[in-house]
Design a protein around this ligand. Sequence first.
Ligand SMILES: *[C@@H]1O[C@H](CO)[C@@H](O)[C@H](O)[C@H]1NC(C)=O
Ligand SMILES: *[C@@H]1O[C@H](CO)[C@@H](O)[C@H](O)[C@H]1NC(C)=O
Ligand SMILES: *[C@@H]1O[C@H](CO)[C@@H](O)[C@H](O)[C@H]1NC(C)=O
Length: 741
Amino acid sequence: QFASSLNFRGFQFAQAMIFAVEEINNSTDLLPGISLGYKMYDTCGSVARSVRAALALANGNEAVSAPSEEQCTKPAQVQAIIGEASHFATCACLSDKTKYPSFLRTIPSDYYQSRALAQLVKHFGWTWVGAIRTNDDYGNNGMATFTETAQQLGICLEYSVPFFRTDSPDKIRKIIDIIKASTSKVIVAFLSYLDMDVLKHEMSKHNMTGYQWVGSEGWIFDSQTAETDRHHILDGAIGLSIPKAHVSGMREFILNVKPLNSSGHEIFTEFWETLFSCKFKQSESSTGNERECTGHEDLTGVQNGFTDMSLMPIFNNVYKGVYAVAHALHSILGCNKTCQYKVQLDPLTINFKTKEGDEVYFNQNGEPPAKYEIINWQPKENGFVDFVTVGLYDASLPADKHLKLQNNSLVWAQNSKQVKCAEGEISNTTDSVTCVRCQPEFWSNERRDACVKKEAEFLSYEEIMGVLLTATSLFGTCMTVGVAVIFFRHRKSPIVRANNSELSFLLLFSLTLCFLCSLTFIGRPSDWSCMLRHTAFGITFVLCISCVLGKTMVVLMAFRATLPGSNVMKWFGPVQQRLSVLAFTLIQVVICILWLSISPPFPFKNFKQFKDKIILECALGSALGFWAVLGYIGLLAILCFILAFLARKLPDNFNEAKFITFSMLIFCAVWITFIPAYVSSPGKFSVAVEIFAILASSFGLLICTFIPKCYIVLLKPEQNTKKNMMGRLSSRNLHIFTYTY
Ligand SMILES: *[C@@H]1O[C@H](CO)[C@@H](O)[C@H](O)[C@H]1NC(C)=O
Ligand SMILES: *[C@@H]1O[C@H](CO)[C@@H](O)[C@H](O)[C@H]1NC(C)=O
Ligand SMILES: *[C@@H]1O[C@H](CO)[C@@H](O)[C@H](O)[C@H]1NC(C)=O
């Protein structure tokens, strides 16, 4: 990242601290008569060295890099340690006062930042996002809080992956693959700028632009990250940054390197050489390739990490930190002339205003109040990026006022002015910053700029399935009518008469109704069709089965009668048959009337099954009603099946009972398979399944009961004689034949 081992950032932080110390020493109000001194160590970005320096400061062991014979017995030499990054350390883990009792910071905890990020994501209506975090305490803690808050706010995370700049290429490729395979276009990145640099580089290799980035303060206001984003991977990024700050005199102080020069610091040579990319003649590392330093180089034309003041908010944090120490000392030492050197800083007592008017105080966790600026990366014509402040987040305000976005225009990923809205949401005005959820009957279009009416789904006469079912139903009706006509024309013939012609015609009539009632299931559901559907079907089916039951009982009773010639048919003559059919049907009619009067079925718009379609269906009203109607049919069918099964071997006319058994078998099979299919099929398919069940069982009855007879009537008229009929019957059964004849 840097041209040399000299880190300008660290240098700037050091300058900021010196500035604060000098200002305090120059001041007559704060710590009058007392000069603050300081000692500075270079941690070289290494955690181990920072810890060693901190321990050395606390113990008074001066020799940090070279161990000395002196023992570490001195009392603490310093009252406070600024650093290594207390002005920059945001991890919520550091709020644990049992672990870090003496740690204070001038930057808010990520406890707030994570929540603020989740609220920001929610604010823009992004409900489907991916997440990447630095695989360390910063990222893991930050993301854990974000995830928790996001879930509460109804934001779904498609993926959440840890990443570290030193990860193997394999691991990085996996992360890239996850992002590529994802459908979410918004990525929440809780990354340090070092990790973001690596990730950004990797993504530009894969040309992965167009993602909307939401960033933590770790990288979002890092100007170097923005400058090196040549492939515009991060354009339109939005995120939280430490509020911009101005400390008068600080910039000039940092850039004023003359005192360094005159004081003869060792670091000066290296610093000067790095700053102006030149070499002093006497310098050991001089290779002769670079130009020579004169010592009078001018900083005005130079643009590099040293002159970049974008980290001013952090310098301000350093500044505030030094001032906090001074104010604490002031209150302890200056309280009374008799104050003792019992330097126990109590963070709660520190409360002062900087000269810029910033109020500085710490809460019980040793943290400042959480305030963030919301910044948006807006690409400029020249290829550079502007960090535009578009809003504020202030956790000290009431919860509903935390997030405040200004009305200036935002730029989103790929320079689009539109918000990326989730499915079912739109943003209809250009530059609008929020997504609006479409009404339940509407859905967002592809471009997410208008709500379009959802497609209504129902089984219509226009689609192929509806046409086929209608045709089948009409065919069944015609076939039934055809059979009825044949039977009517041959009504005098023995076979028709022997088959209990009255029940036969009633059965044909009810079958016609059965075929027709399937038509009520097709078409847009209305109040009437919904009420008619199940009731019409329930009643006609019961009528149908009652007729079959009547026929079966006639056969069974006649043949099972113990005494030949005993007048069993007196007990189940035509009147009784009619009455039984009527009674069975009436029960169903009563069930249907109860259902319709208590809680009738009604047309219903189902928004839940599919998100982009409305299913128009009939709600059952009362599920009990529906299952009572079906259950009653099932009961009669099973009764009919059992009786027909018992009668199947009886030598009645043309094995009628056998055919009835068979048709009832079809009937039961169809309806038993219908129930699971009905419960599990979505939308119009459950209707189609029901129609199919109705048609299949109607055809089963029609074909098994009537077609064999039609065959004889039409094609084998020689068998259709009284004599032939009689011949088939034993004398024992003659009476029933003669009776029905
Ligand atoms: C402190 O005072 C000295 C002497 O007046 C001055 O040179 C220096 O710039 C001052 N420092 C700050 C930070 O104001
Ligand atoms: C990257 O994408 C842009 C537009 O999407 C395209 O013009 C360019 O050729 C791509 N570059 C590579 C290396 O795939
Ligand atoms: C200052 O010290 C005197 C005596 O030592 C004591 O009586 C007085 O209360 C102290 N004042 C404050 C403000 O603590």
